[in-house]
Design a protein around this ligand. Sequence first.
Ligand code: URA
Length: 436
Amino acid sequence: MARYNPVELILKKRDGYCLDESEVSFFIKGFLDGTIADYQMSALLMSCFFQGLNLTETKAFTKSYIESGESLQFDPSLPVADKHSTGGVGDKISIMLAPIAAALGLYVPMISGRGLGHTGGTLDKLETIPGFQTAYEMQELYDLVMKHGYALVGQSDALVPADKRIYALRDVTATVENPGLITASIMSKKIAEGAKYLVIDLKVGSGAFMPNLTRAQELAQSLVETGRSFGQKVRVIFTNMNSPLGRAVGNAIETAEAIEYLKGNYLPDTYAITTKLVSQMLLMAGMYSDESQAVTAIDEVVANGKALAKFEEIIIAQNGDPRVLDDYSLLGTAKYEIPVKAPASGWIAQIDSRAIGYALVRIKAGRMKVTDSLDAGAGAYLERKIGDEVREGEVIGTILSNDERAGQAAASAVADAYKISPEPAPAQEIILGMYP
Ligand code: URA
């Protein structure tokens, strides 16, 4: 491999020139083998953050990330598809989407992450199921997917280790929100896991790291183009994260809400997103040619219990306790229920989802550091959405907490997250658009 001087490469990027594939590969390999120091990688990341990455550089980062670990190879004739969400508050979509997709014949190697900061993580929700195992080697993930049509696991050390190390640095050097770096991070994992079709739920709004559609569209283009250059078909759905999703926010209660969904008890926003994402997976994989047919098929596997049976099958396969399907108290409970009251009369004009996510960290429904412990039973039921009319003092939600004082503080912080307008405020669209 060509030898370069790391300082010269940092300088080159810092001054606005582009790095080629061999330079990117040299830097990432050097960082992983310890010949390039953390502070040099941090300096390169900050240069990338300010100068931006063009498509060639983004692909080079993605390729080096993939090459740092193992990749899965499924039989090319199989419809292997996955979904990625850029993260939000109350986002339990994966838990419904994967069994529905598998019940319809897709193969879904679903690798999820943990919650951090204001956003929750699917892995934390799944781990409220007693015994449910999420740590699997890549070969074991492959075997689960081939046997059950899907799996719900965490990221093994062998899946894109470069991203794991570099993401940890980005997190503490304020270099996360860059489209090229985000693309390499997301796409390397989704390409290495062997998905041929990928649908991305790109959240936009107050609870997301993309504040508006313009920024989100730039990221979408980078994700789609990068996927295409690795032979993957990618479709991005822009969804509204100005309001937490569904009714429950918290690990046990979100898992319970997902189970209720699989029993056919839908909520409008989670139904809209789940159905849109699964139907796009089916269309991309060529299993349906028409969206309304795909939606009918999705509705059917929920109505006839096949999706719920698929969920039960994976709970058993991954050593979880299937009794949770009928007894939600096994997922986690909370001693205290504290009402959240509307701070004024009027119409809900805005909800600061990010502030709600942070408020719930106080009761351990979320974490600030990866090492923080969680309380599975903690969370909040949020009963009202943007556009709803409320009266001052009316109960608009409930905090579930095992710590009464922290629960009270969370209740007032959640109430503060609602902006009430004296004028009627319009309800918001959930699906904001699609690319391409
Ligand atoms: N999610 C990821 O996996 N990586 C990023 O860089 C941002 C969000």
